[in-house]
Design a protein around this ligand. Structure first.
Ligand code: GLN
Length: 305
């Protein structure tokens, strides 16, 4: 990057050139997010202020971030945050960076929660619905759900439980719950999938477990190599961990409950085969994301099963 760059526009040009050369797929956006981070302003302000002069200290900080990004570190880790479902979530190397495709799962979960709360009259003494986020990672799914439930006035009608094998991930998730004012609504537990002795069965179980086949992990964008491998690697065919969860669903999901699981875009058929074997009598629906790719498996316990 040229050391003569001193205003916003010049810094963005130089920064995105460096990132382009380093192979970033979104060099300009990366540079904008990083300079906005250094200056403490959003992208809109940044773009309106192309002529603003940037201090030498801020230029140096920006330059260092550009170099780290050029070496592959994801923008979200450099900024320490990622936008997800309209929330700014804290993220760092302890947890997977929330992906936009997971918002599809959150939207479906909200629809199911709303249907359960509003389709039939609820007795005044009904216990809250229990939503269980298995493999919560940064807490993205359960924090987004809890915030949205509170906004819709459902807060007292829905309780959340979030589990993860990684205590590091749970620390990040707890920080996010606190930051967004929903820590009181979510109970966090360290557990292997749903293995929490004495846990109540969930009305709605949601999970974005690792599902990338082991041989595909090294081919992911270099940014993914900075993320916890255990959050991505789903074994030989990508479904090893999801299959373990499927086997646990009869114990973890209430009789009239359901599960929503994120899957890879090409995993609908193998997931269906595994569910047919492990969950006889359960109904499976595969939902597409906004791009029309299958992304969420919905498994409903047939009440006769
Ligand atoms: N969608 C993520 C990716 O392809 C994978 C997330 C996951 O394994 N749960 O990088």
């Amino acid at each position: 990057m040229s050391s003569s760059a001193s205003n916003v526009a010049a810094l963005l040009r130089a920064g995105s050139q460096t990132l382009d050369g380093a192979g970033s797929e979104t060099p300009r956006l990366d540079a904008e997010l990083l300079l906005g981070h250094v200056l403490g302003v959003g992208r809109a302000t940044l773009l309106a202020e192309g002529d603003s002069v940037v201090s030498a200290g801020q230029q140096e900080t920006f330059q260092r971030l550009i170099e780290r990004r050029a070496s592959g570190v994801p923008v979200a880790y450099l900024r320490g945050l990622k936008e997800f479902y309209g929330l700014a979530l804290s993220v760092d190397e302890r947890a997977l960076i929330p992906r936009p495709e997971t918002e599809t799962l959150v939207g479906l979960a909200l629809d199911r929660i709303a249907a359960r709360l509003t389709d039939a009259p609820r007795p005044a003494d009904a216990r809250p619905l229990l939503v269980w986020d298995v493999g919560t990672g940064s807490g993205a799914i359960c924090v987004a759900l809890a915030v949205e439930c509170r906004r819709r006035g459902y807060a007292g009608d829905v309780a959340f439980q979030a589990s993860d094998h990684s205590s590091d991930a749970l620390a990040v998730a707890t920080e996010n719950a606190v930051a967004h004012g929903v820590a009181d609504a979510i109970e966090f537990a360290q557990a292997d999938l749903t293995d929490i002795p004495g846990a109540e069965r969930a009305d709605l179980l949601v999970a974005n477990l690792p599902y990338v086949p082991t041989y595909v992990v090294p081919t992911l964008p270099v940014a993914a190599s900075f993320e916890p491998r255990v959050a991505l690697d789903g074994g030989a065919d990508g479904l090893a961990i999801i299959r373990r969860l499927l086997a646990q669903l009869p114990h973890a999901v209430a009789d009239d409950g359901l599960a929503l699981l994120e899957i890879g875009a090409d995993q609908g058929d193998p997931l269906g085969a595994a569910a047919g074997r492990l969950l006889p009598g359960w109904a499976l629906t595969i939902h597409d994301d906004l791009a029309g790719r299958p992304r969420v498996a919905e498994l409903t316990r047939d009440q006769g099963a």
